[in-house]
Design a protein around this ligand. Structure first.
Ligand SMILES: Cc1ncc(COP(=O)(O)O)c(C=O)c1O
Length: 409
């Protein structure tokens, strides 16, 4: 196994902890060490590990068959939920991963417009297929491969990169190349170089420009969907894209991807239209059981408490940065946060890349020693869940205080 892992984001030196079990916000490794988890499977586990309602739903579904290769009522229930909550969703296609969903959303945008050009943000991450492995964040940046080898130039020549939070760059690109572009794909809150929220007016500007130039706007809400609100970032921030991609939380811990949009666009997807998508496991009953159970719990209204936990963590860290007199930026939104080391402003990819990555990895290990598991990269986002209690957050802040002293001496 290259690097000993099944996905590069999990790798770190000298070798990653192997996990034996997890419950709530706690992980236990194979040596019996316990950790409070802020990786949370890189985002899906908004209710924590092994939430009883999710486990029961999965158990029940397993006993009734795991895969039918035929439509199910659960698919309709999931599609209805998505349409109810996500402002841009009128029609839905369920797939298996965020990677698949962005790939199909891009194909649909190209099929619809007859154009090949795609705009993405520097540091945006939309999975690991050819069109989006250009200046990609997440593990691609952590492991120094933001522009992956093996992607044909005939693909990358259609991909245009702009810095996040820079409306001037988007304006001049759309003015010069607007008629070659099928879509802008972006995370509304950049999440894969750490969380970077939009500047005031930025998303409004992107929406205005894409409409003006007749370019589709795709929000990749694989991280933010159902996390920042039931309707994701678009609902919380009040900007409605043309198409939306979901994943992570929607599958409640099992694999899922979703792309959705207006009926006239989505009806171009096969078998109604001529844009092809297919998958043996698409819309599989197990993922839907876990996803629907997760949405049932969230619909009872957990976002306000998640928000309060995010605020408590960010406020505690900000006080600490002040008290210690170190250069660092605490940033995030809702239940997402990161502590960027060595910079006091992080509004785009280049600024994130200027952070003190080596010191961050020392912090990561110092936190692990103190029983806290962070995602192993400066370029990831820490996730809170409904399972994180007040004492867990207090313990984590204490661990940060002593770990930061250790790595800044
Ligand atoms: C914003 C975003 N889009 C797409 C993906 C890809 O999703 P998956 O890992 O399910 O393929 C990710 C994964 O982290 C993501 O963060």
């Amino acid at each position: 196994m290259p690097g000993g892992v099944s996905s590069p984001v999990r790798a770190y030196a000298p070798y990653p902890a192997f996990i034996a079990s997890a419950q709530g916000c706690h992980l236990t490794d194979v040596d019996g060490n316990g950790y409070i988890d802020y990786c949370m499977g890189f985002g899906p586990l908004i209710l924590g590990h092994a939430h009883p309602e999710v486990v029961e739903a999965v158990r029940q579904q397993a006993g009734q068959g795991m895969l039918y290769g035929a439509p199910t009522e659960q698919e309709v229930m999931m599609a209805e939920r998505i349409v109810r909550h996500v402002p841009s969703a009128e029609m839905v296609r369920l797939v298996n991963t965020g990677t698949e969903a962005t790939m199909h959303a891009i194909r649909l945008a190209r099929g619809h417009t007859g154009r090949d050009g795609i705009v993405k943000m520097a540091g945006g991450f939309h999975g690991a297929h050819d069109s989006v492995l250009v200046k990609a964040g997440s593990g691609a940046t952590t492991h120094s491969a933001p522009d992956s080898l093996g992607v044909p130039r005939s693909v990358t020549e259609h991909i245009h990169i702009v810095p996040y939070n820079d409306l001037d760059a988007m304006t001049s690109l759309l003015e010069s190349k607007g008629d070659e572009l099928a879509a802008v794909i972006m995370e509304p809150v950049l999440g894969n170089v750490g969380p970077i929220p939009p500047r005031n007016g930025y998303l409004e500007g992107i929406r205005r420009l894409t409409r003006q130039h007749d370019v589709l706007l795709i929000f990749d809400e694989v991280i933010t969907g159902f996390r920042l609100s039931m309707g994701g970032a678009q609902s919380r921030l009040g900007i409605v894209p043309d198409m939306t991609v979901l994943g992570k939380v929607a599958g409640g811990g099992l694999p899922i991807g979703v792309f959705c949009g207006p009926k006239d666009l989505m009806e171009q997807v096969s078998p109604v239209g001529k844009v092809y998508q297919a998958g043996t496991f698409s819309g599989n009953p197990m993922s839907l059981a876990a996803g629907l159970a997760t949405l049932d719990v969230l619909e009872r209204g957990d976002h306000a408490t998640l928000e309060a936990k995010g605020d408590a963590m960010r406020a505690g860290l900000e006080d600490m940065v002040q008290d210690l007199g170190i250069v660092a930026k605490v940033q995030g939104i809702g239940s997402m946060y990161q502590l960027f080391l060595g910079r006091d402003l992080v509004e785009n990819y280049d600024q994130a890349r200027g952070c003190d990555v080596a010191r961050f990895m020392r912090l990561f290990h110092a936190m692990a020693k103190r029983g806290v598991h962070l995602p192993p990269s400066q370029f990831e986002t820490n996730f809170l869940s409904t399972a994180h209690g007040e004492e867990d957050i207090e313990h984590t802040l204490d661990a940060y205080a002593s770990a930061l002293r250790e790595v800044f001496v």
